[in-house]
Design a protein around this ligand. Sequence first.
Ligand SMILES: Nc1nc2c(ncn2[C@@H]2O[C@H](COP(=O)(O)OP(=O)(O)OP(=O)(O)O)[C@@H](O)[C@H]2O)c(=O)[nH]1
Ligand SMILES: [Mg+2]
Length: 462
Amino acid sequence: MLGKTIAAVSTPYGKGGVALIRISGEDAVSIAARIFTPKSGKALCEYPSRYAVYGDIISDGVIIDDGLAYIYKAPASYTGEDTVEICCHGGILLTNKVLEAAIIAGAQYAEPGEFTQRAFLNGKIALTEAEAVINLIDAQSDEQIKLAASHRKGVLSKKADEIYSRILSLLSSTYAYIDYPDEDLTDVPVDELKSRLTDINNELLSLEKSYKTGKAVSEGIKTVIIGKPNAGKSSLLNLILGSERAIVTDIAGTTRDIIEESVKLEHIMLRIADTAGIRNTDDTVEKIGVKRAYEKLDESELIIAVFDGSSALEDEDHEIIDKIKNDHAGKCVIAVINKTDIGTDESVHTEIKKAFENTLCLCAKNDHAGRESLFALAESFFMNGDIDYDTNAVIANSRQFAAVRAARECVERAVGAIDNGFTQDIAGMDLEQALSHIGELDSRSVGEDIVSDIFSRFCIGK
Ligand SMILES: Nc1nc2c(ncn2[C@@H]2O[C@H](COP(=O)(O)OP(=O)(O)OP(=O)(O)O)[C@@H](O)[C@H]2O)c(=O)[nH]1
Ligand SMILES: [Mg+2]
Protein backbone atom coordinates (compact mmCIF):
# COMPACT_ATOMS: atom_id res chain seq x y z
CA MET A 1 0.00 0.00 0.00
CA LEU A 2 2.82 2.38 0.84
CA GLY A 3 4.24 1.90 -2.67
CA LYS A 4 1.64 4.06 -4.37
CA THR A 5 1.82 7.83 -4.52
CA ILE A 6 -1.31 9.53 -3.21
CA ALA A 7 -2.82 12.98 -3.68
CA ALA A 8 -5.68 14.98 -2.14
CA VAL A 9 -6.86 18.51 -1.55
CA SER A 10 -5.84 19.32 2.03
CA THR A 11 -7.72 22.60 2.41
CA PRO A 12 -11.52 22.75 2.96
CA TYR A 13 -13.86 22.45 0.00
CA GLY A 14 -14.93 25.96 -0.97
CA LYS A 15 -13.73 29.32 -2.27
CA GLY A 16 -10.68 30.83 -0.58
CA GLY A 17 -7.50 32.81 -1.16
CA VAL A 18 -5.42 29.67 -1.64
CA ALA A 19 -5.89 25.91 -1.72
CA LEU A 20 -3.32 23.20 -1.07
CA ILE A 21 -2.98 19.93 -2.97
CA ARG A 22 -0.74 17.42 -1.23
CA ILE A 23 1.09 14.64 -3.07
CA SER A 24 3.01 11.98 -1.11
CA GLY A 25 4.92 8.85 -2.09
CA GLU A 26 7.93 7.64 -4.02
CA ASP A 27 6.90 9.44 -7.21
CA ALA A 28 5.66 12.64 -5.60
CA VAL A 29 8.32 14.89 -7.08
CA SER A 30 8.19 13.42 -10.60
CA ILE A 31 4.36 13.55 -10.63
CA ALA A 32 4.41 17.15 -9.39
CA ALA A 33 7.00 18.00 -12.04
CA ARG A 34 4.52 16.90 -14.75
CA ILE A 35 1.94 19.44 -13.58
CA PHE A 36 4.16 22.22 -12.23
CA THR A 37 6.80 24.16 -14.19
CA PRO A 38 9.08 26.44 -12.14
CA LYS A 39 9.32 29.99 -13.56
CA SER A 40 13.11 29.77 -13.08
CA GLY A 41 13.35 27.31 -15.99
CA LYS A 42 14.98 24.77 -13.67
CA ALA A 43 13.17 21.40 -13.37
CA LEU A 44 11.28 20.82 -10.12
CA CYS A 45 13.27 17.60 -9.47
CA GLU A 46 16.50 19.64 -9.35
CA TYR A 47 15.39 21.61 -6.29
CA PRO A 48 16.56 20.45 -2.87
CA SER A 49 14.26 19.55 0.00
CA ARG A 50 12.31 22.25 1.88
CA TYR A 51 12.20 24.64 -1.03
CA ALA A 52 9.24 26.76 -2.03
CA VAL A 53 9.27 27.15 -5.80
CA TYR A 54 7.16 29.63 -7.78
CA GLY A 55 5.81 28.34 -11.09
CA ASP A 56 2.99 27.53 -13.50
CA ILE A 57 0.40 24.83 -12.88
CA ILE A 58 -0.38 22.79 -15.99
CA SER A 59 -3.48 20.77 -16.79
CA ASP A 60 -3.82 18.96 -20.10
CA GLY A 61 -0.88 20.93 -21.55
CA VAL A 62 -2.41 24.29 -20.65
CA ILE A 63 -1.29 26.70 -17.91
CA ILE A 64 -4.33 27.02 -15.62
CA ASP A 65 -2.81 28.93 -12.69
CA ASP A 66 0.41 30.05 -11.07
CA GLY A 67 1.39 29.16 -7.53
CA LEU A 68 3.95 27.60 -5.21
CA ALA A 69 5.27 24.08 -4.89
CA TYR A 70 6.81 23.09 -1.55
CA ILE A 71 9.23 20.17 -1.74
CA TYR A 72 9.94 17.86 1.19
CA LYS A 73 12.25 14.90 0.62
CA ALA A 74 11.91 11.70 2.68
CA PRO A 75 12.20 11.26 5.57
CA ALA A 76 11.93 14.97 6.46
CA SER A 77 8.23 15.36 5.66
CA TYR A 78 4.91 14.94 7.47
CA THR A 79 4.39 11.45 6.03
CA GLY A 80 8.06 10.46 6.07
CA GLU A 81 7.88 10.08 2.25
CA ASP A 82 8.76 12.42 -0.59
CA THR A 83 6.02 15.03 -0.53
CA VAL A 84 5.12 18.00 -2.71
CA GLU A 85 2.45 20.48 -1.69
CA ILE A 86 1.11 22.66 -4.46
CA CYS A 87 -0.58 25.91 -3.52
CA CYS A 88 -2.94 27.30 -6.14
CA HIS A 89 -5.69 29.91 -5.95
CA GLY A 90 -8.66 28.66 -3.96
CA GLY A 91 -11.41 28.15 -6.53
CA ILE A 92 -13.48 24.99 -6.26
CA LEU A 93 -13.24 24.00 -9.94
CA LEU A 94 -9.61 25.14 -10.17
CA THR A 95 -8.55 23.12 -7.12
CA ASN A 96 -10.28 20.01 -8.44
CA LYS A 97 -8.55 20.47 -11.81
CA VAL A 98 -5.13 20.61 -10.15
CA LEU A 99 -5.92 17.43 -8.19
CA GLU A 100 -7.22 15.77 -11.34
CA ALA A 101 -3.99 16.74 -13.14
CA ALA A 102 -1.98 15.07 -10.36
CA ILE A 103 -4.12 11.92 -10.72
CA ILE A 104 -3.65 11.86 -14.51
CA ALA A 105 0.10 12.35 -13.93
CA GLY A 106 0.17 9.09 -11.91
CA ALA A 107 -1.04 9.74 -8.35
CA GLN A 108 -3.98 7.92 -6.74
CA TYR A 109 -6.74 9.52 -4.66
CA ALA A 110 -5.84 9.47 -0.96
CA GLU A 111 -8.23 7.86 1.51
CA PRO A 112 -9.40 9.90 4.54
CA GLY A 113 -6.48 10.27 6.98
CA GLU A 114 -4.08 8.43 4.68
CA PHE A 115 -1.30 11.04 4.95
CA THR A 116 -1.34 10.80 8.75
CA GLN A 117 -1.67 7.01 8.58
CA ARG A 118 1.50 6.95 6.48
CA ALA A 119 3.23 9.20 9.01
CA PHE A 120 2.29 6.63 11.65
CA LEU A 121 3.28 3.58 9.57
CA ASN A 122 6.58 5.24 8.65
CA GLY A 123 7.36 5.77 12.34
CA LYS A 124 7.11 9.58 12.13
CA ILE A 125 4.46 9.82 14.82
CA ALA A 126 3.04 7.61 17.58
CA LEU A 127 -0.60 6.58 17.55
CA THR A 128 -1.53 8.98 20.36
CA GLU A 129 0.07 11.79 18.33
CA ALA A 130 -2.01 10.80 15.29
CA GLU A 131 -5.17 10.79 17.41
CA ALA A 132 -4.20 14.26 18.62
CA VAL A 133 -4.21 15.48 15.01
CA ILE A 134 -7.91 14.55 14.70
CA ASN A 135 -8.62 16.14 18.07
CA LEU A 136 -6.87 19.36 17.06
CA ILE A 137 -8.94 19.52 13.88
CA ASP A 138 -12.17 18.75 15.78
CA ALA A 139 -11.41 20.95 18.81
CA GLN A 140 -14.26 23.16 20.00
CA SER A 141 -12.67 24.63 23.12
CA ASP A 142 -9.31 26.14 24.14
CA GLU A 143 -8.82 23.33 26.64
CA GLN A 144 -9.30 20.68 23.92
CA ILE A 145 -6.64 22.44 21.85
CA LYS A 146 -4.23 22.47 24.81
CA LEU A 147 -4.76 18.76 25.49
CA ALA A 148 -4.42 17.76 21.82
CA ALA A 149 -1.33 19.96 21.40
CA SER A 150 0.34 18.25 24.35
CA HIS A 151 -0.32 14.84 22.74
CA ARG A 152 1.01 16.18 19.44
CA LYS A 153 4.20 17.14 21.27
CA GLY A 154 4.42 13.55 22.51
CA VAL A 155 3.83 14.13 26.24
CA LEU A 156 1.66 10.98 26.50
CA SER A 157 3.75 8.86 24.13
CA LYS A 158 6.94 9.76 26.07
CA LYS A 159 5.22 8.73 29.30
CA ALA A 160 4.22 5.42 27.66
CA ASP A 161 7.83 4.93 26.46
CA GLU A 162 9.18 5.57 29.92
CA ILE A 163 6.81 3.10 31.59
CA TYR A 164 7.49 0.54 28.85
CA SER A 165 11.27 0.76 29.45
CA ARG A 166 10.86 0.44 33.19
CA ILE A 167 8.72 -2.71 32.86
CA LEU A 168 11.09 -4.12 30.24
CA SER A 169 14.13 -3.75 32.47
CA LEU A 170 12.35 -5.64 35.27
CA LEU A 171 11.19 -8.27 32.81
CA SER A 172 14.76 -9.02 31.76
CA SER A 173 15.55 -9.70 35.39
CA THR A 174 12.74 -12.26 35.54
CA TYR A 175 14.06 -13.84 32.30
CA ALA A 176 17.43 -14.37 33.98
CA TYR A 177 15.57 -16.25 36.70
CA ILE A 178 13.78 -18.42 34.12
CA ASP A 179 17.05 -19.33 32.41
CA TYR A 180 19.02 -20.01 35.58
CA PRO A 181 16.55 -20.71 38.40
CA ASP A 182 19.15 -22.22 40.70
CA GLU A 183 21.69 -19.48 40.38
CA ASP A 184 21.37 -16.04 41.86
CA LEU A 185 21.62 -14.22 38.57
CA THR A 186 18.66 -11.88 38.83
CA ASP A 187 19.73 -8.22 38.70
CA VAL A 188 16.90 -7.19 40.96
CA PRO A 189 16.29 -8.73 44.39
CA VAL A 190 12.68 -9.68 44.98
CA ASP A 191 12.00 -6.85 47.47
CA GLU A 192 13.31 -4.29 45.06
CA LEU A 193 11.31 -5.87 42.21
CA LYS A 194 8.17 -5.47 44.27
CA SER A 195 8.89 -1.88 45.22
CA ARG A 196 9.74 -0.88 41.64
CA LEU A 197 6.60 -2.59 40.37
CA THR A 198 4.53 -0.78 43.00
CA ASP A 199 5.94 2.54 41.75
CA ILE A 200 5.02 1.62 38.17
CA ASN A 201 1.56 0.56 39.35
CA ASN A 202 1.05 3.95 41.02
CA GLU A 203 2.21 5.76 37.94
CA LEU A 204 -0.23 3.79 35.78
CA LEU A 205 -2.98 4.44 38.31
CA SER A 206 -2.50 8.20 38.17
CA LEU A 207 -2.46 8.01 34.36
CA GLU A 208 -5.68 5.99 34.50
CA LYS A 209 -7.24 8.60 36.81
CA SER A 210 -6.24 11.42 34.47
CA TYR A 211 -8.95 10.13 32.11
CA LYS A 212 -11.57 11.66 34.39
CA THR A 213 -10.23 15.07 33.39
CA GLY A 214 -9.25 14.07 29.86
CA LYS A 215 -12.74 12.79 29.17
CA ALA A 216 -14.35 15.92 30.63
CA VAL A 217 -12.18 18.04 28.35
CA SER A 218 -12.15 16.03 25.15
CA GLU A 219 -15.42 14.08 25.09
CA GLY A 220 -17.65 16.01 27.51
CA ILE A 221 -19.47 14.77 30.60
CA LYS A 222 -22.84 13.07 30.18
CA THR A 223 -25.07 15.20 32.39
CA VAL A 224 -28.74 14.71 33.22
CA ILE A 225 -31.17 17.24 34.68
CA ILE A 226 -33.77 15.32 36.64
CA GLY A 227 -36.64 16.23 38.97
CA LYS A 228 -40.41 16.14 39.39
CA PRO A 229 -42.65 18.08 36.96
CA ASN A 230 -42.49 21.87 37.33
CA ALA A 231 -39.36 21.76 39.50
CA GLY A 232 -37.73 24.07 36.96
CA LYS A 233 -35.53 21.65 34.98
CA SER A 234 -36.09 23.23 31.59
CA SER A 235 -35.70 26.70 33.08
CA LEU A 236 -32.34 25.55 34.46
CA LEU A 237 -31.30 24.15 31.06
CA ASN A 238 -32.14 27.51 29.49
CA LEU A 239 -30.20 29.37 32.19
CA ILE A 240 -27.18 27.10 31.64
CA LEU A 241 -27.29 27.56 27.86
CA GLY A 242 -28.11 31.27 28.03
CA SER A 243 -30.93 30.78 25.52
CA GLU A 244 -34.58 29.77 25.46
CA ARG A 245 -33.84 26.29 24.14
CA ALA A 246 -36.55 24.34 25.98
CA ILE A 247 -40.25 25.17 26.32
CA VAL A 248 -41.09 26.38 29.82
CA THR A 249 -44.69 26.62 31.08
CA ASP A 250 -46.44 26.28 34.41
CA ILE A 251 -48.18 23.13 33.14
CA ALA A 252 -46.72 20.08 34.89
CA GLY A 253 -45.48 17.64 32.25
CA THR A 254 -44.39 20.23 29.66
CA THR A 255 -41.20 18.42 28.64
CA ARG A 256 -41.93 14.98 27.20
CA ASP A 257 -38.86 13.99 25.22
CA ILE A 258 -35.15 14.34 25.99
CA ILE A 259 -33.60 17.67 24.99
CA GLU A 260 -29.83 17.40 24.51
CA GLU A 261 -27.30 20.22 24.21
CA SER A 262 -23.59 20.78 24.85
CA VAL A 263 -22.19 23.60 26.90
CA LYS A 264 -18.56 24.68 27.34
CA LEU A 265 -17.51 25.64 30.85
CA GLU A 266 -14.11 27.18 31.58
CA HIS A 267 -12.21 23.94 30.97
CA ILE A 268 -14.65 21.10 30.47
CA MET A 269 -17.73 20.37 28.38
CA LEU A 270 -21.09 19.15 29.60
CA ARG A 271 -23.38 17.13 27.35
CA ILE A 272 -26.65 17.96 29.06
CA ALA A 273 -30.00 16.21 28.78
CA ASP A 274 -33.18 17.89 30.05
CA THR A 275 -35.79 15.26 30.84
CA ALA A 276 -39.50 14.80 31.46
CA GLY A 277 -40.62 15.40 35.04
CA ILE A 278 -40.71 12.19 37.09
CA ARG A 279 -44.22 11.19 38.19
CA ASN A 280 -46.71 8.36 37.92
CA THR A 281 -49.02 9.06 35.04
CA ASP A 282 -51.53 7.33 32.77
CA ASP A 283 -50.60 9.53 29.83
CA THR A 284 -48.95 7.22 27.29
CA VAL A 285 -46.56 9.82 25.90
CA GLU A 286 -45.53 11.15 29.27
CA LYS A 287 -44.95 7.57 30.52
CA ILE A 288 -42.44 7.03 27.74
CA GLY A 289 -40.84 10.36 28.65
CA VAL A 290 -40.41 9.29 32.28
CA LYS A 291 -38.88 5.96 31.16
CA ARG A 292 -36.43 7.86 28.97
CA ALA A 293 -35.59 10.20 31.82
CA TYR A 294 -34.60 7.22 33.96
CA GLU A 295 -32.55 5.76 31.10
CA LYS A 296 -30.65 9.07 30.81
CA LEU A 297 -30.11 9.00 34.56
CA ASP A 298 -28.55 5.53 34.22
CA GLU A 299 -26.13 6.68 31.49
CA SER A 300 -25.17 9.93 33.18
CA GLU A 301 -21.85 10.76 34.83
CA LEU A 302 -23.10 14.00 36.41
CA ILE A 303 -26.60 14.31 37.89
CA ILE A 304 -28.25 17.69 38.39
CA ALA A 305 -31.29 16.95 40.57
CA VAL A 306 -33.73 19.87 40.72
CA PHE A 307 -36.09 20.45 43.67
CA ASP A 308 -38.67 23.19 44.19
CA GLY A 309 -37.36 24.90 47.33
CA SER A 310 -40.48 26.98 47.85
CA SER A 311 -42.77 24.17 49.00
CA ALA A 312 -42.44 20.89 50.88
CA LEU A 313 -40.99 17.84 49.13
CA GLU A 314 -43.49 15.41 47.59
CA ASP A 315 -43.49 11.67 46.95
CA GLU A 316 -41.88 12.15 43.54
CA ASP A 317 -38.99 14.04 45.14
CA HIS A 318 -38.42 11.26 47.63
CA GLU A 319 -38.54 8.67 44.84
CA ILE A 320 -35.81 10.60 42.98
CA ILE A 321 -33.66 11.05 46.09
CA ASP A 322 -33.89 7.32 46.91
CA LYS A 323 -33.15 6.32 43.32
CA ILE A 324 -30.02 8.49 43.17
CA LYS A 325 -28.79 7.35 46.58
CA ASN A 326 -29.44 3.65 45.96
CA ASP A 327 -28.64 3.16 42.28
CA HIS A 328 -26.16 5.95 41.55
CA ALA A 329 -23.94 6.05 44.61
CA GLY A 330 -20.48 7.25 43.65
CA LYS A 331 -21.68 9.49 40.80
CA CYS A 332 -21.18 13.24 40.88
CA VAL A 333 -24.45 14.85 42.02
CA ILE A 334 -25.45 18.49 42.33
CA ALA A 335 -28.77 19.02 44.13
CA VAL A 336 -30.32 22.30 43.01
CA ILE A 337 -32.86 23.88 45.35
CA ASN A 338 -34.78 26.07 42.94
CA LYS A 339 -37.21 28.99 43.11
CA THR A 340 -35.38 30.81 45.90
CA ASP A 341 -37.10 34.01 44.71
CA ILE A 342 -40.58 32.92 45.82
CA GLY A 343 -39.88 31.63 49.26
CA THR A 344 -38.02 29.08 51.26
CA ASP A 345 -39.42 25.94 52.78
CA GLU A 346 -36.90 25.15 55.51
CA SER A 347 -37.78 21.43 55.51
CA VAL A 348 -36.72 21.15 51.85
CA HIS A 349 -33.36 22.74 52.59
CA THR A 350 -32.80 20.52 55.59
CA GLU A 351 -33.75 17.30 53.80
CA ILE A 352 -31.83 18.02 50.62
CA LYS A 353 -28.70 19.11 52.46
CA LYS A 354 -28.90 15.93 54.53
CA ALA A 355 -29.31 13.74 51.44
CA PHE A 356 -26.67 15.35 49.20
CA GLU A 357 -23.15 16.61 49.74
CA ASN A 358 -23.30 19.28 47.06
CA THR A 359 -26.33 21.55 47.12
CA LEU A 360 -26.96 24.87 45.44
CA CYS A 361 -29.81 27.33 46.01
CA LEU A 362 -30.75 29.38 42.98
CA CYS A 363 -33.47 30.86 40.85
CA ALA A 364 -33.46 29.11 37.47
CA LYS A 365 -35.35 31.98 35.88
CA ASN A 366 -32.48 34.46 35.83
CA ASP A 367 -29.86 33.74 38.49
CA HIS A 368 -26.56 34.26 36.70
CA ALA A 369 -24.50 34.09 39.87
CA GLY A 370 -26.20 30.74 40.58
CA ARG A 371 -25.26 29.59 37.08
CA GLU A 372 -21.60 30.45 37.73
CA SER A 373 -21.68 28.56 41.06
CA LEU A 374 -23.17 25.54 39.29
CA PHE A 375 -20.40 25.65 36.65
CA ALA A 376 -17.68 26.02 39.30
CA LEU A 377 -19.03 23.02 41.19
CA ALA A 378 -19.22 20.90 38.02
CA GLU A 379 -15.64 21.89 37.11
CA SER A 380 -14.42 20.99 40.59
CA PHE A 381 -15.56 17.37 40.14
CA PHE A 382 -13.43 16.85 37.06
CA MET A 383 -10.60 19.41 37.16
CA ASN A 384 -8.12 20.33 39.82
CA GLY A 385 -7.43 23.90 38.70
CA ASP A 386 -5.38 24.66 35.58
CA ILE A 387 -3.45 21.70 34.24
CA ASP A 388 0.08 22.02 32.90
CA TYR A 389 -0.29 19.69 29.94
CA ASP A 390 3.43 19.93 29.15
CA THR A 391 4.36 18.12 32.33
CA ASN A 392 1.21 16.07 32.99
CA ALA A 393 0.29 13.22 30.68
CA VAL A 394 -3.50 13.09 30.42
CA ILE A 395 -5.47 10.27 28.79
CA ALA A 396 -7.89 11.63 26.18
CA ASN A 397 -10.03 8.73 24.97
CA SER A 398 -11.49 5.37 25.94
CA ARG A 399 -9.03 3.42 23.77
CA GLN A 400 -6.05 4.90 25.62
CA PHE A 401 -7.83 4.39 28.94
CA ALA A 402 -8.50 0.70 28.25
CA ALA A 403 -4.83 0.09 27.38
CA VAL A 404 -3.55 1.82 30.54
CA ARG A 405 -6.06 0.07 32.77
CA ALA A 406 -5.24 -3.35 31.33
CA ALA A 407 -1.50 -2.69 31.81
CA ARG A 408 -2.08 -1.55 35.39
CA GLU A 409 -4.10 -4.68 36.18
CA CYS A 410 -1.25 -6.87 34.90
CA VAL A 411 1.33 -5.01 37.00
CA GLU A 412 -0.98 -5.32 40.01
CA ARG A 413 -1.21 -9.07 39.40
CA ALA A 414 2.58 -9.29 39.20
CA VAL A 415 2.86 -7.53 42.59
CA GLY A 416 0.23 -9.94 43.96
CA ALA A 417 2.21 -12.93 42.66
CA ILE A 418 5.35 -11.74 44.47
CA ASP A 419 3.35 -11.03 47.63
CA ASN A 420 2.02 -14.57 47.53
CA GLY A 421 5.52 -16.00 47.35
CA PHE A 422 5.48 -17.03 43.69
CA THR A 423 8.80 -17.03 41.87
CA GLN A 424 9.82 -14.16 39.61
CA ASP A 425 9.00 -16.05 36.42
CA ILE A 426 5.28 -16.04 37.37
CA ALA A 427 5.37 -12.25 37.81
CA GLY A 428 7.23 -12.14 34.49
CA MET A 429 4.23 -13.57 32.64
CA ASP A 430 2.07 -10.70 33.88
CA LEU A 431 4.77 -8.20 33.00
CA GLU A 432 4.89 -9.50 29.42
CA GLN A 433 1.16 -8.82 29.14
CA ALA A 434 1.56 -5.39 30.74
CA LEU A 435 4.15 -4.53 28.08
CA SER A 436 1.80 -5.59 25.33
CA HIS A 437 -0.97 -3.33 26.73
CA ILE A 438 1.36 -0.35 27.03
CA GLY A 439 2.32 -1.14 23.44
CA GLU A 440 -1.36 -0.85 22.48
CA LEU A 441 -1.46 2.65 23.95
CA ASP A 442 1.01 3.80 21.39
CA SER A 443 2.09 1.78 18.46
CA ARG A 444 4.12 -1.24 19.25
CA SER A 445 1.38 -3.86 19.49
CA VAL A 446 -1.77 -2.22 18.27
CA GLY A 447 -4.16 -4.23 16.09
CA GLU A 448 -4.65 -3.38 12.41
CA ASP A 449 -8.41 -2.98 12.91
CA ILE A 450 -7.87 -0.37 15.62
CA VAL A 451 -5.47 1.56 13.41
CA SER A 452 -7.97 1.51 10.52
CA ASP A 453 -10.75 2.66 12.84
CA ILE A 454 -8.69 5.60 14.12
CA PHE A 455 -7.70 6.83 10.66
CA SER A 456 -11.20 6.39 9.21
CA ARG A 457 -12.26 9.27 11.46
CA PHE A 458 -9.97 11.69 9.63
CA CYS A 459 -10.97 13.96 6.80
CA ILE A 460 -9.60 13.57 3.29
CA GLY A 461 -6.30 15.38 2.74
CA LYS A 462 -5.01 14.96 6.31
N1 LIG B 1 -40.51 31.95 40.48
C1 LIG B 1 -39.84 31.02 39.86
N2 LIG B 1 -40.43 30.26 38.94
C2 LIG B 1 -39.70 29.31 38.32
C3 LIG B 1 -38.33 29.11 38.59
N3 LIG B 1 -37.88 28.10 37.81
C4 LIG B 1 -38.94 27.71 37.08
N4 LIG B 1 -40.03 28.42 37.38
C5 LIG B 1 -41.36 28.29 36.82
O1 LIG B 1 -41.83 26.99 37.10
C6 LIG B 1 -42.65 26.52 36.03
C7 LIG B 1 -42.08 25.20 35.50
O2 LIG B 1 -40.80 25.43 34.95
P1 LIG B 1 -40.14 24.42 33.96
O3 LIG B 1 -38.74 24.88 33.74
O4 LIG B 1 -40.98 24.22 32.76
O5 LIG B 1 -40.17 23.12 34.85
P2 LIG B 1 -39.78 21.61 34.43
O6 LIG B 1 -39.16 21.00 35.61
O7 LIG B 1 -39.00 21.60 33.18
O8 LIG B 1 -41.23 21.00 34.22
P3 LIG B 1 -41.65 19.74 33.27
O9 LIG B 1 -41.07 19.91 31.94
O10 LIG B 1 -43.13 19.84 33.30
O11 LIG B 1 -41.17 18.51 33.97
C8 LIG B 1 -42.62 27.62 34.98
O12 LIG B 1 -43.77 28.41 35.15
C9 LIG B 1 -41.39 28.41 35.35
O13 LIG B 1 -41.46 29.77 34.93
C10 LIG B 1 -37.72 29.94 39.57
O14 LIG B 1 -36.55 29.83 39.90
N5 LIG B 1 -38.53 30.88 40.17
MG1 LIG C 1 -39.32 20.75 31.35
